[in-house]
Design a protein around this ligand. Structure first.
Ligand code: NDP
Ligand code: 8X3
Length: 254
């Protein structure tokens, strides 16, 4: 059953990976979209593609989610009520241990994965609360359930996403606004290339000899979570590739 047709969703980090696939699957369900990310040209391509293939309206907004004023201006520019906010924009930078890592990398991860997600939640939730309807889906990670060496700040940001999801649900207790989290393991997207700062060989090593998840696998879960009946609030879903059993247990054929 399609309960999403005609609704309007914001997807952050829609220019690549999980965010892009989510916009595509939502458009397939007849959901109007507001797509965001920093790459303006990519956003325009997505708008053109989705509007030509599906009967949906697509608004684009290119801005850096770390910039609180830009988030504010973005929300002020919205012309429709928002039914679904997918807080997906995020990244990892580096795999250095705590005693060796770059402050810049830490700031980028905290400002994007935690503060950016908080800014948009803060700015969008009031209209959901006022209308007593809406759904926020935060993209967390298995790294929000388990920390690992080389991920001191990335795993901290995803543990923060888990805490933010749970507190937001409790802040909205007694309303009809739903709050969920989706927590993927290894997904082959631009994620590792960004983490290794453009080193494609190092990025490829992450998925070597195993079958990782692909963006579609997670987008399908996001759409499933969004499409539950109004009285069903999925709090979290943990999705590993079959070859992965923990952050560090990855079965490889090589
Ligand atoms: P990608 O690198 O493919 O996509 C990341 C998206 O985030 C891009 O659209 C990028 O857009 C956007 N983004 C990054 N920084 C900013 C910023 N400062 N302002 C606005 N947008 C930004 O990675 P994934 O699709 O894999 O990642 C999506 C989410 O999934 C992230 O939160 C990630 O932590 C999470 N995740 C990923 C996993 C994986 O293994 N791939 C596993 C578990 C969770 P642009 O560059 O245009 O700004
Ligand atoms: C991304 C998955 O294992 O690289 O959140 O932390 S992992």
């Amino acid at each position: 059953m399609n309960r999403l047709k005609g609704k309007t969703a914001i997807v952050t980090g829609a220019t690549a990976g999980i965010g892009y696939k989510t916009t595509e699957l939502l458009a397939e369900q007849g959901v109007h979209l507001v797509v965001t990310g920093r790459r303006e040209e990519r956003l325009e391509e997505i708008k053109e593609k989705l509007e030509s293939e599906y009967e949906v309206k697509v608004q684009t907004a290119a801005f850096d989610i770390r910039d609180a004023d830009a988030c504010r201006s973005f929300v002020e520019s919205l012309t429709a009520n928002i039914d679904l906010l997918v807080n997906n924009a995020g990244l990892a930078k580096g795999t250095d241990p705590v005693y060796d890592a770059e402050f810049d990398d830490w700031n980028t991860m905290i400002d994007t994965n935690v503060k950016g997600l908080l800014y948009l939640s803060r700015l969008i939730i009031p209209q959901m609360k006022e209308r007593n309807t809406g759904h926020i889906i935060n993209v967390g990670s298995t790294a929000g359930h388990e920390s690992y060496a080389g991920g001191v700040v990335y795993t901290a940001t995803k543990h923060a996403v888990k805490a933010i999801t749970e507190s937001t649900k409790k802040d909205l207790h007694g309303t009809e606004v739903r709050v969920s989290m989706v927590s993927p393991g290894l997904v082959e997207t631009e994620f590792s290339e960004v983490r290794f700062k453009g080193d494609k060989e190092k990025a490829a090593e992450v998925y070597k000899g195993m079958k990782p998840l692909v963006a579609q696998d997670i987008a399908e879960i996001i759409v499933f979570v969004a499409n539950r009946p109004a009285h069903v609030n999925i709090m979290d879903t943990i999705i590993y590739p079959t070859a992965q059993s923990s952050a560090t247990m990855v079965h490889r054929d090589v």
